[in-house]
Design a protein. Structure first.
Lengths: 110, 114
């Protein structure tokens, strides 16, 4: 069974601080996606990384795909209260199925 | 226009009842999914349909029966509801195939069994 492990499961920090969320697996993925879920809503795609070693930036968010395409990280610089939410990673396997991590619940305090 | 819509948004019902959740997508996608998100926020796939055909059926009690009348609809019927069925159920859709299999989610249905 393919698994994606996210860490930490829960993170609460002050506005302005930096943070990194990790998504790790022993399996290789065709691509890896990061979603953000706000309370009462479904997850929404933030970014897809495809190539090993790829780095993508979305304003203050930096996403990296590991060289071996087994892991990924999300780094947020100068976190804002609007970044609060549940961050989910999902790997696309060889059958084009989405394998989901459990999520990291992020709270940014003012 | 809502891309993936599911109804109802909230559902409170007694143990033993039968209930249905409806899902419709207007994105022209060929694949639809049902996910269950429990209180710990784990997102677990339950079913996946491609062009009205079942392609994934995870270990889900047979009290749960999906029905896809056409590519744009995937409904979920649950018989003999149990307390442990309480969770948020998400419908999603995507194009099947390729590294860019982005899932679009509905708003979720919060099911509470009392």
């Amino acid at each position: 069974t393919q698994l994606l492990e996210q860490s930490p499961q829960f993170l609460s920090i002050q506005e302005g601080e930096n943070l990194t969320v990790y998504c790790n697996s022993s399996s290789v993925f065709s691509s890896l996606q990061w979603y953000r879920q706000e309370p009462g809503e479904g997850p929404v795609l933030l970014v897809t990384v495809v190539t090993g070693g790829e780095v993508k930036k979305l304003k203050r968010l930096t996403f990296q795909f590991g060289d071996a395409r087994k892991d990924s990280s999300l780094h947020i610089t100068a976190a804002q209260t609007g970044d609060t939410g549940l961050y989910l990673c999902a790997g696309v396997d060889s059958n084009y199925q989405l394998i989901w991590g459990a999520g990291t619940k992020l709270i940014i305090k003012p | 226009d809502t891309a993936v819509s599911q109804t109802p948004k909230y559902l409170v019902t007694q143990m033993g009842n039968d209930k249905s959740i409806k899902c419709e997508q207007n994105l022209g996608h060929d694949t639809m999914y049902w996910y269950k998100q429990d209180s710990k926020k784990f997102l677990k796939i339950m079913f996946s349909y491609n062009n009205k055909e079942l392609i994934i059926n995870e270990t889900v009690p047979n009290r749960f029966s999906p029905k896809s009348p056409d590519k744009a609809h995937l409904n979920l019927h649950i018989n003999s509801l149990e307390l442990g069925d309480s969770a948020v159920y998400f419908c999603a859709s995507s194009h099947r195939g390729g590294w860019n299999t982005e899932a679009f989610f509905g708003q979720g249905t919060r099911l509470t069994v009392v």
